[in-house]
Design a binder for this molecule. Structure first.
Ligand code: ATP
Ligand code: MG
Length: 250
């Protein structure tokens, strides 16, 4: 990895960029992952590279849904493994939840490599390397998943998901939690709970909120999940973005 001086004003962002580039070289992320990352960067810039209150609210309700779930699964793709493998494993262990490799451009070799990355960060079992089921309505390899993992999950966390797959998972009746910096993407619009935040900030914040939420009675968690209005929260994110942009150059 290239040496980036800590004093560089965009140090954090450059480190993430280098990590994605290295992951592409190592066969963990797909080359189109570079483009997805760039789109994410642009939206993060607009947000001020910070977790806004609407993101925090969505993160907490998402953790509530995951704590209430019978079979929660965290879906991991190449970009997520490159940027936040440690945080995925930490969240999966703390909830607890299963981890499943789920790729848009799937090869068994890449799925295996990502599973190894997760295991090197302490994951015990990882679903998705040998898929046994198919998400209905998704053509070809994109729908591959595991019977005991995503296929039978009641709550699925999908960071950086594609819109089609998010919709297909919703059609299966699942609660889908998306982490997506773009509040306009189809994923953001179709998820049950959309966290408009960078995965590198969202996942650790979610893990951190677990002890507090676990102390609450189940009825309180059910109330917060049941009362969640995703479109309303997305509208607030859009209002935040337009207000911020308007205030920048006046
Ligand atoms: P959709 O299919 O939902 O309309 P898309 O086609 O615009 O989305 P994809 O390439 O399918 O985008 O998915 C990548 C998404 O992940 C983008 O919306 C991008 O903003 C987001 N993204 C990229 N990097 C990050 C990151 N580090 N944290 C959170 N979101 C990210
Ligand atoms: Mg897409």
């Amino acid at each position: 990895m290239q040496d980036i001086p800590k004093s560089h004003p965009r140090y954090e962002s450059l480190v993430l960029r280098e990590r994605i580039a290295a992951a592409v070289r190592d066969g963990i992320a797909h080359e189109t992952g570079l483009i997805a990352h760039g789109r994410g960067e642009a939206f993060d810039y607009l947000l001020g590279e910070t977790s806004i209150p609407e993101a925090r609210a969505a993160e907490e309700v998402a953790v509530a849904a995951l704590l209430l779930a019978e079979n929660p699964v965290l879906s991991v793709n190449g970009n997520v493994a490159a940027l936040a493998a440690d945080s995925c494993v930490a969240l999966a262990k703390a909830l607890p939840a299963s981890l499943e490799v789920n790729l848009f451009h799937r090869t068994e070799q890449r799925a295996e490599k990502i599973a190894q990355v997760l295991k090197s960060h302490g994951a015990f079992g990882v679903f998705g390397v040998h898929p046994t089921a198919h998400i209905p309505g998704l053509a070809s390899d994109r729908g591959l998943c595991e019977q005991n993992g995503i296929f039978s999950a009641d709550v699925v966390l999908v960071p950086l998901e594609d819109g089609d797959r998010c919709e297909a998972l919703r059609r299966m009746g699942k609660t889908v939690i998306a982490i997506d910096l773009n509040p306009l993407s189809r994923t953001a619009k179709t998820a049950s709970i959309t966290i408009v935040d960078n995965v590198v900030r969202a996942l650790p914040a979610m893990t951190q909120s677990i002890p507090k939420l676990r102390r609450l009675p189940r009825s309180a968690l059910e109330k917060s999940v049941g009362g969640w209005e995703n479109q309303k929260n997305l509208a607030k994110v859009m209002a935040f973005l337009s207000k911020r942009l308007n205030a920048l150059y006046v």
